[in-house]
Design a protein around this ligand. Structure first.
Ligand SMILES: [Zn+2]
Length: 115
């Protein structure tokens, strides 16, 4: 029951884009259904299918809400907080160290000063 227009690969008309192309442009399908599909024939296998959306019906990617920003800031703060000394290191704690640089290399203040 395919009532969708089907286009040959690379022959999609203007005004259509895949979800990935929309995303690259800061857009999302915005509730619209698939408007068309691209088919790329493959030997002895079913064709590769890409779904297309109408660009004119696309919507901007949902803007960040204050709650989302807060959650993001909290997550970033957690990633900057040294689990050893509990201080905000000011940078994301390197996973390879598992703690801030000051905790990982406590002694050589001399070498740090000259750096
Ligand atoms: Zn630390």
């Amino acid at each position: 029951m395919s009532t969708l227009p089907v286009f040959r690969w690379r022959l999609a008309p203007d005004g259509y884009a895949t979800r990935r192309q929309l995303r690259a442009a800061g857009l999302r399908p915005g509730g619209q259904g698939v408007a068309a599909q691209l088919e790329r024939p493959r030997r002895r296998r079913p064709p590769l299918v890409a779904y297309l959306y109408r660009i004119e019906h696309a919507r901007p990617v949902r803007p960040m809400t204050p709650a989302k920003w807060a959650a993001l800031a909290k997550a970033n703060a957690a990633r900057r907080t040294c689990p050893h000394c509990r201080h905000d290191a000011g940078y994301v704690i390197p996973a390879t160290l598992g703690m801030c640089v000051a905790c990982a290399f406590p002694e050589p203040a001399e070498s740090l000063r000259s750096a």
